[in-house]
Design a protein around this ligand. Structure first.
Ligand SMILES: O=P(O)(O)OC[C@H]1O[C@H](OP(=O)(O)OP(=O)(O)O)[C@H](O)[C@@H]1O
Ligand SMILES: Nc1ncnc2[nH]cnc12
Length: 177
């Protein structure tokens, strides 16, 4: 088995969560495996180590875990994009549709400076709504999105098409969702 196949085998699939018909790809089982956690961070480091990045924007909530470890390894800053009402200072907000509902995402207005080179990190790319909204927030604040990185992509939900204007990278794919 390749490293990537082994990583995929560490992801747990929960049928009908949080709604009937959704196959929930649960990365907690991957994160709690010492080899798995190190492997995903090392894979991202080797992909992004020569890209000029000022800030990682990590998306709530599982994106925080990966984004935090990666920002430490790449020596860049960490900005958190949060669900509404969680950030204490002035925010910019975008609404978006999810595979299973709608939501909004917020970022502190002073977290991104003009021309900051920003890498967006999340655990999973499904429809791309969450990441697209986050990219828009970064651009409204004057940042440049240099890439979007995910542990998992569900290509059938067309996230890569929605984000085709960006340089997207993911480690594991699950077809048929
Ligand atoms: O590509 P999309 O269709 O936008 O879906 C992907 C998003 O959905 C999940 O988060 P969720 O909204 O479940 O929130 P959580 O991480 O806080 O549990 C996942 O962690 C991504 O952020
Ligand atoms: N199928 C899925 N599994 C885990 N997180 C998701 N976010 C959106 N769709 C998801």
């Amino acid at each position: 088995m390749s490293n990537i196949e082994q990583l995929g085998a560490l992801v747990r699939t929960i049928p009908d969560f949080p709604k009937p018909g959704i196959q929930f790809r649960d990365i907690t089982t991957l994160l709690q495996d010492p080899w798995g956690l190190k492997r995903i961070i090392d894979e991202f480091v080797s992909h992004y180590q020569y890209s000029p990045i000022d800030q990682i924007v990590a998306i709530e909530s599982r994106g925080f875990v990966i984004g935090g470890a990666l920002a430490y390894r790449l020596g860049c800053g960490l900005v958190i994009a949060r669900k509404p009402g969680k950030l204490p200072a002035e925010v910019e907000r975008q609404e978006y549709q999810l595979e299973y509902g709608s939501d909004s995402i917020e970022i502190h207005r002073d977290a991104i400076s003009e021309n900051d080179r920003v890498l967006i990190i999340d655990d999973l790319l499904a429809t791309g709504g969450t990441c697209d909204a986050t990219c828009q927030l970064v651009e409204i604040l004057g940042g440049k999105v240099v890439g979007c990185g995910f542990v998992i992509c569900l290509p059938d939900l067309k996230g890569p098409e929605r984000l085709k204007r960006y340089d997207n990278h993911w480690l594991i794919e699950f077809e048929g969702d």
